[in-house]
Design a protein around this ligand. Structure first.
Ligand code: SF4
Length: 267
């Protein structure tokens, strides 16, 4: 079984084009959907309106996988974060000193969801699935950074082909497809400041939802007698950092992309 973990971003869309062109041997792409209320809406739009029809036209199966609870009901990351009375803090929120906390979101909403599908379709320790991940040469430090599960054998086709992110962009454009936006949860604490700045300016309602999430998490922290947490590394609430009257305060502060070191987000 040769399957790509599809993130909906530039690198994994390049894998889709390479598969459609027969340059890599993958006929199934799996996107673990953290939730329609959690993944950036532009990514989901791209996946549904561009990637899925393109995959189907090229004989490739692209499945969107939801996380389900034991009783079969769907669970989203936003839902888990905002559930009344929840103490769960699954995303890598930043402490006051800017350091990211531990997280379970990638494991629970991506790795386990994909693994469940693979096992249900025959992957096992004795017959592991080959799982392709879209990490390009310029992000090579993200490869091999998580434990490989018994039912999978992780490979990095873009590294084998020595492809950089720019090469991926060119390949997608050459195929006549629009270049996808960066994929991630819209509230991910790994966003660089420029991403927040763009969101505050161009997608104010989405930005407002991220601010509300930060507020909700901190109301809960106060009740639990714990220190505040933030969605950026600056130790200040989002809504104060990216105010309308300070539109360029953070431009150029940090050009480095957020790091999702398991290699399952931002691909
Ligand atoms: S994008 Fe960020 S918040 Fe979403 S699953 Fe990945 S690490 Fe977690």
């Amino acid at each position: 079984m040769n399957v790509v973990s599809y993130g909906g971003g530039v690198q994994s869309t390049a894998l889709l084009v390479l598969a459609a062109r027969g340059r890599i041997d993958f006929d199934t792409f799996l996107m673990a959907n953290v939730g329609d209320d959690s993944e950036h809406p532009s990514t989901l739009r791209y996946v549904r309106e561009i990637a899925m029809p393109y995959a189907a036209a090229n004989g490739i199966a692209l499945h969107l996988l939801d996380r389900t609870r034991r009783d079969g009901s769907p669970e989203t990351l936003w839902g888990r974060l905002t559930r009344e009375g929840s103490r769960s803090l699954p995303i890598p929120v930043r402490m006051s000193n800017g350091a990211p906390g531990t997280r379970s979101c990638t494991a629970d909403f991506k790795i386990k969801v994909t693994g469940k599908w693979l096992k249900a379709h025959g992957a096992s320790a004795t017959s592991p699935a080959t799982l392709g991940i879209g990490i390009s040469v310029d992000e090579i430090q993200r490869a091999n950074s998580r434990r490989q599960e018994a039912h999978e054998r992780i490979v990095y086709p873009l590294l084998d082909l020595r492809m950089r992110r720019d090469d991926c962009v060119r390949l997608i454009a050459d195929e006549g497809l629009p270049v996808p936006p960066k994929s991630s949860c819209f509230f991910c604490p790994f966003h660089r400041p420029g991403t927040w700045l763009d969101m505050a300016r161009d997608e104010p309602s989405l930005f407002a939802r991220a601010c509300e999430l930060e507020d909700t998490l901190n109301e809960r922290r106060v009740m639990l007698g714990k220190d505040p947490v933030f969605l950026t590394r600056f130790g200040t609430p989002l809504r104060r950092l990216f105010r309308d009257d300070q539109p360029t305060l953070f431009s150029g502060v940090d050009d480095v992309d957020g790091q999702c070191d398991s290699g399952w987000c931002f691909t």
